[in-house]
Design a protein around this ligand. Structure first.
Ligand SMILES: [Zn+2]
Length: 303
């Protein structure tokens, strides 16, 4: 499943193409993805101007202006998109190879049979949503109701935003007797973190994945040196991954569509049995299953 850096890379790739443009027409080739598409989906998108492209956790937020041609103008709405397991966007601009922003662990499909939704923009560019496994989702949510929407109302702070800080994290971890790995995967504590970047952040911070969450804050729920280190490390691994995704996009996407991945930058994830890359550590990466998911860590330098 794409994690936050991949979704952010997709957002950055699509934004210059979509922002400020009007959707001339839309096409939905099937009635559903993971969930049914909104009623009259294509009709409701046609004519709308895209005001901006945002992201919340692993959701892309495509802001649609209310003004639309036709008798009834619609409220300002957000087209909320989740890429599921295998969703991707292609930008098709007439001549030349299509661009597919983002860099994914598993290569994206380009089979036309899986092209489910097409947005044709006013300047003749098609934005094609492809999703072989159809775990993705598209919803139309009124702008004013976005934060209170069931998908978003319980989601914690964005890890790259100002609201995610050591004081808040310490407060959230206070008294929690779950492993820190599980706590960081809890979307109520911090938004958008998945297995890969939790493994990477804990490794980079030298914190053992099985440590009880409460040990990373003071008994009264105040930030400690380790809480601050963890916050900084989470930001760093995400920022590095986004930067790597950006360069992958520029280097490879237009050549043959085979996107590389940030994998070469992983220090722990998917490296079982290989030497630990922490400076000065002579340990090796081990794998442990926590709550049904693999955790990659180094028993020598993660305490
Ligand atoms: Zn190590």
């Amino acid at each position: 499943m794409p994690e936050l850096p991949e979704v952010e890379t997709v957002r950055r790739g699509l934004a210059p193409v979509l922002e400020g443009r009007r959707i001339a027409s839309a096409l939905a080739r099937r009635p559903d993805l993971r969930w049914p598409l909104p009623e009259r989906f294509a009709e409701r998108l046609a004519g709308r101007r895209i005001a901006g492209l945002g992201r919340r956790a692993k959701y892309l937020l495509i802001d649609l202006d209310g003004e639309a041609p036709g008798p009834a103008s619609a409220p300002d709405e957000v087209l909320v998109v989740h890429l599921g397991m295998s969703g991707s966007f292609r930008i098709e601009a007439g001549q030349g190879p299509a661009e597919a922003p983002g860099a994914f662990h598993i290569p994206r499909s380009r089979a036309a049979a899986h092209d489910h939704v097409v947005l044709r923009l006013e300047h003749g560019v098609d934005i094609v949503y492809n999703d072989p496994r159809r775990f993705g989702a598209m919803l139309l949510v009124p702008r004013s109701g976005l934060e209170a929407h069931p998908l978003f109302r319980d989601i914690g702070p964005e890890p790259l935003g100002n609201a995610f800080d050591a004081a808040g994290l310490a407060h959230a971890l206070k008294g929690r007797r779950t492993p820190i790995k599980a706590a960081l995967l809890d979307q109520k504590i911090v938004a958008g973190l998945g297995n890969i970047y939790v493994c990477e952040a804990l490794h980079r911070a030298g914190i053992a994945p099985e440590r009880l969450a409460l040990t990373l804050a003071s008994p009264t729920g105040r930030a400690t040196r380790e809480t601050r280190l963890l916050v900084e490390t989470i930001r760093t691994v995400l920022e590095e991954a986004i930067a790597a995704g950006g360069s992958t996009l520029r280097d490879h996407a237009q050549v043959d569509g085979t996107l590389g991945y940030f994998q070469h930058t992983f220090r722990a994830y998917d490296r079982e049995g290989q030497p630990c890359l922490a400076p000065g550590c002579h340990g090796s990466i081990a794998r442990l299953v926590q709550a049904g998911r693999s955790t990659f860590y180094c028993a020598s330098c993660q305490r």
